[in-house]
Design a protein around this ligand. Structure first.
Ligand code: MG
Length: 378
């Protein structure tokens, strides 16, 4: 039964409403999140992350990855971020550092609690350069989480017990090395195999000679003909592959839609999708999207992409670049909201400067410390 305002005041005690003093038990007092005037102090540094094995995909081969690490400090609390630039999107180490420098005046004068505005201000400073923007967004949210004393998954209202099993990626290589990599990936029940060059058949035969685990395949835009692409997809489906990522070049949307109509397993967009605005059109050609914080330009945009894809009934993979535990753990905080985590970039390097999210028998285990919750320094 609904109570009138008068009856409510009578029941709850005179003055509670009239004084405008309704308080909520357990809410943080706003004083506890007050900050001094002025913005962040900024520090950044590039660091070479050594790969355990040379990393080959359909596009290129690398021996190491040089990422840029940022630290934002205010009121004795610091937030950390990492930029893993990608040549596919017109980024380099130099352009990443230039973008961070460009954002410095915004960071030095901002109010950190207005992180939505900060993100938008930095976004329009230059075109693209999403890895640098992602590092700054990550550092700001790390700071916010630390100030509030809660981990980011909690800040977003996510249940960390729902973090799914992650895949472990096997790059393109000789049969001997592929077999070795699969042995090293023994604790991971799901493998993601890179394909898209001329040796797809040899790769699958090699993988299947040593394991019967469920596989996911990433062709990295490697198949340029739709008839060939659907033949490959169906051949993979018959061999225990449960999804195929970016079978055809990103710009071949119609051809990809044709393949998807005929495919018996989901087709996921990666190179074709960067931010939330790309997703509605892609829903015609793909069953899902692969989000990466470096591609999206940060955690805020990644979260927006999750809800956009969900509203279009699409599946969500959460991928990564080759990166340290800092970037991987930041992404892992979003993993309870997605279907297919592919967060293994830190497992591919031999000199990870951070410790954060762990993988136990393939399951992602998120840290409980405030913010991103990593330990270590760069
Ligand atoms: Mg991919």
């Amino acid at each position: 039964m609904l109570m009138s305002r008068k009856e409510f005041i009578k029941k709850t005690g005179k003055g509670a409403l009239s004084a405008g003093a309704l308080t909520f038990a357990g809410c943080a007092d706003s004083d506890s999140i007050k900050t001094s005037p002025g913005g962040f102090g900024l520090a950044y540094k590039s660091k070479r992350l050594e790969l355990k094995h040379a990393w080959t995909i359909a596009r290129n081969t690398s021996q190491y990855k040089e990422n840029v690490f940022v630290r934002l400090e205010k009121d004795g609390v610091f937030g950390l971020g990492e930029a893993a630039h990608n040549v596919r999107y017109g980024e380099s180490l130099e352009s990443t550092i230039e973008t961070i420098k460009l954002a410095e005046p915004v960071l030095k004068t901002c109010n950190p609690w207005h992180f939505v505005d900060i993100h938008l201000k930095i976004k329009v400073l230059c075109k693209g350069q999403t890895a640098a923007k992602a590092a700054l967004d990550m550092a700001i949210l790390d700071w916010i989480g630390k100030k509030l004393g809660i981990p980011l998954y909690q800040f977003w209202g996510l249940d960390k017990q729902k973090a799914p099993q992650t895949t472990f990626s096997i790059g393109i290589d000789t049969p001997e090395i592929i077999r070795k990599k699969i042995q090293e990936a023994e604790p991971y029940p799901l493998l993601k195999i890179k394909m898209g060059k001329e040796n797809d058949k040899e790769i699958l035969e090699t993988v299947r000679s040593v394991t019967d685990k469920t596989l996911r395949v990433d062709a990295n835009e490697g198949w340029k003909d739709k008839e060939m692409a659907i033949r490959k997809v169906e051949w993979l489906a018959e061999n225990g592959v449960d999804l195929v990522e970016q079978p055809m070049p990103a710009e071949m949307l119609e051809e990809t839609a044709w393949v998807r109509e005929r495919a018996s397993i989901p087709i996921i967009a990666d190179e074709a999708v960067k931010s939330a605005g790309d997703i509605p059109v892609l829903a015609q050609a793909y069953d899902g999207i692969n989000i990466k914080i470096d591609k999206a330009g940060g955690l805020q945009e990644s979260l927006r992409m999750i809800w956009m894809a969900r509203s279009l009934n699409m599946k969500i993979m959460l991928g990564c670049m080759v990166a340290s535990s800092l970037s991987i753990t930041a992404a892992a905080h979003l993993s309870p909201a997605i279907d297919y985590p592919d967060l293994d970039g830190h497992l591919l390097i031999s000199n990870d400067p951070f410790q954060g999210a762990k993988v136990k028998e393939g399951w992602l285990v998120l840290p409980d410390k405030p913010g991103i919750g990593v330990e270590g320094e760069f």
